[in-house]
Design a protein around this ligand. Structure first.
Ligand SMILES: Nc1ncnc2c1ncn2[C@@H]1O[C@H](COP(=O)(O)OP(=O)(O)OP(=O)(O)O)[C@@H](O)[C@H]1O
Ligand SMILES: [Mg+2]
Length: 590
């Protein structure tokens, strides 16, 4: 058994898991006490049976038999109660510890910088916070405590057996090495089967998540048949892995039965022989007692293999979860500047930025925006417009140069203060499955319904929201599926407006909306920009024309700067872009 133990337990890791048990010391203490009690009580019943058989039944003492029966019944009830409390406590312990750990993991993931998510599949993080964590809970409920209890019980029972009759014990335990070998073989086989099952579950999850999310694409392109065939394959592999593990069980259990039958056979053979030879040495009561002991010995040993697997799975899960917790990709928050108010002067000073290594997507960017003015970023796709706004609120860190707001470097501001003062409306609107109201306040309790309504009126969205069933309490379905693209955008505008930020960053959506909504959105954007410094990635002619300054980006560099009229007169790159986008007879008419 020690070989298995060695594989399963990594003490350092286990200690770390037990950090999460600390707040539940009381429960843990009781669980351990009950475990020990259960192990100690186990041999009592067989002992009582032997005592009753030899002392009363064989001697025809009916009253004695009756009182012993009552005693045994009481013992049984006690055992049931202890077993019940034990199960309840260990499960509560596991689930409580894991709940805390899950909160810890979620908070940690939420604080990681965007770069981490660029390189980590979402499905993987979900697996970490749900199923991997569940396996850790089982360390407590079915793993560690249970293993210790079972081992203790085996030791106690063998101890009692040796004490009662060492020769008989030796005979009974003869097939034990066979059981050890069988268990060890089974444990190794089932472990690999389990690992395969987990891999296939992960594959299945990832596949389902992506394909249900992208179901409309699959239907548009009539790819159902091909996707169906792929799914069938993954599904079959999952089935095969499960069948393999069941197969191992279906061999292992009968093998254990055979070995335990061998033990009983030996017991009866040897016992009967002794009774016939020397009637006083081994009694029929002892044989009955030992028969029960054999049952009690084989059950935990048979289950140990399973429980070690549970423990091992828990350890693997813990290792993965802690790896996420140990990820240190957090935006440093060393800044301390927290002024009463930000007025909104922005300056980019020779800024260089790369997502990865020296692969610069922004090169030597310099520009200034005065408080209250609007700057428009234009440029071809991939020119670096979104990247420029992503570095202002420190979603990503720049490599060279300085970005300042009111003369203070952005990294010198307290991070939450900085982000709280910059409202960002992204190109793709993201809505949570929640009410419109909560989607606007994002759970901030300081924002009242009145403020939300006021902002909605400014943006011109109040009317359509009122018309929805439930109004502001209308439940938006996943990712805003039940709203139109234009409605989603309007909601994201309200979101920005209620936070009343000094600086507005807007990545104009390119999705087309009907003329009426278009007008609504144009007016909303104007309202949004009023009285604040705005950086807008502009796709609308109307936004561009109203900007105080336009910055034309090309392959990460500033190509031209000026107002719409100035740039048109220049007759350069901007003019070409403008003609392509707005004057080409219908490619993108806004
Ligand atoms: N998360 C990222 N990791 C690595 N590279 C990225 C990442 N996001 C963008 N890039 C790269 O940076 C460059 C600039 O991208 P950016 O998103 O800033 O373009 P854009 O001007 O906003 O384009 P669009 O008009 O299509 O939105 C592109 O070459 C792009 O491939
Ligand atoms: Mg972009």
């Amino acid at each position: 058994m020690s070989k298995i133990t060695g594989d399963a337990i990594n003490i350092g890791l286990l200690k770390r898991v037990f950090q999460y048990v600390k707040p539940y010391r009381g429960i843990f203490g009781w669980a351990v006490i009950l475990t020990v009690l259960l192990a100690l009580i186990a041999p009592v019943r067989p002992f009582l049976i032997q005592y009753t058989l030899d002392g009363y039944v064989m001697k025809g003492n009916y009253n004695g038999l009756l009182s012993m029966t009552v005693l045994m019944l009481a013992l049984l009830i006690l055992q049931v109660i202890i077993q019940f409390s034990h199960t309840l406590l260990t499960n509560t312990l596991g689930q409580s510890a894991v709940r805390d750990l899950r909160i810890h993991v979620f908070n940690h993931i939420s604080s990681l910088r965007l770069k981490y998510f660029d390189n980590t599949p979402i499905g993987q993080l979900i697996t970490r916070t749900v199923s991997d964590l569940e396996t850790i809970a089982e360390i407590f409920s079915e793993g560690l405590i249970s293993i210790i209890g079972d081992m203790l019980m085996v030791v106690v029972i063998i101890g009692v057996m040796v004490y009662k009759d060492w020769a008989l014990t030796l005979v009974v335990l003869l097939p034990m090495p066979l059981l050890m070998i069988a268990t060890s073989v089974f444990q190794r086989a089932i472990k690999s089967a389990f690992q395969q099952i987990r891999t296939e579950v992960a594959n299945l999850n990832t596949y389902l998540q992506e394909h249900i999310t992208g179901v409309s694409i699959i239907q548009y392109f009539a790819r159902e048949e091909q996707e169906y065939n792929k799914f069938v394959k993954i599904n079959s592999r999952y089935r095969d892995a499960n069948i393999r593990s069941n197969w191992y069980y279906s061999i292992f259990f009968p093998v254990v039965e055979i070995i335990s039958a061998m033990s009983m056979g030996l017991l009866v053979w040897y016992g009967a022989k002794s009774i016939l030879a020397k009637p006083l040495d081994v009694t029929p009561g002892t044989i009955a007692e030992f028969l029960l002991y054999i049952g009690m010995l084989f059950r935990p040993i048979r289950e140990l293999a399973d429980k070690f697997n549970t423990l091992q799975m828990g350890m693997v899960g813990a290792e993965r979860v802690f790896k996420v917790l140990d990820t240190n990709e957090i935006t440093e928050n060393r800044g301390t500047v927290v002024p009463k108010r930000i007025s909104g002067n922005i300056s980019f000073d020779q800024v260089w930025f790369a997502y990865n290594d020296d692969n610069y997507v922004l090169r030597d960017i310099s520009f200034e925006v005065e408080a209250g003015k609007t700057i428009a970023l234009v440029g071809a796709t991939g020119a670096g417009k979104s990247s420029t706004i992503n570095i202002l609120n420190r979603f990503y860190e720049i490599q060279k140069g300085e970005i300042r707001i009111d003369g203070v470097r952005v990294q010198d501001y307290e991070l939450n203060y900085l982000r709280g003062n910059i409202a960002t409306v992204l190109q793709d609107v993201f809505l949570f499955s929640d009410t419109i109201f909560n989607n606007i306040t994002l759970g901030n309790p300081d924002i009242t319904l009145d403020e939300v309504v006021e902002a909605a009126k400014k943006v011109g969205a109040h009317d359509f929201i009122e018309r929805l069933p439930g109004g502001y309490l209308y439940n938006v379905m996943e990712r805003g599926a039940t709203l139109s693209a234009g409605q989603g955008q309007l909601i994201s505008f309200i979101r920005a407006l209620v936070y009343n930020p000094a600086i507005l960053v807007l990545d104009e959506a390119t999705s087309s909306v009907d003329t009426e909504t278009e007008l609504l959105i144009q007016r909303a954007i104007e309202n949004l920009m009023k009285g604040r410094t705005s950086i807008v990635i502009a796709h609308r002619l109307s936004t561009i024309q109203k900007a105080d300054q336009i910055i034309v980006l090309d392959k990460g560099q500033i190509k031209e700067k000026g107002t719409h009229q100035e740039l048109l007169r220049l007759n350069g790159y901007y003019k070409k872009l403008y003609d392509l986008q707005f004057n080409s007879g219908g490619i993108s008419v806004r």
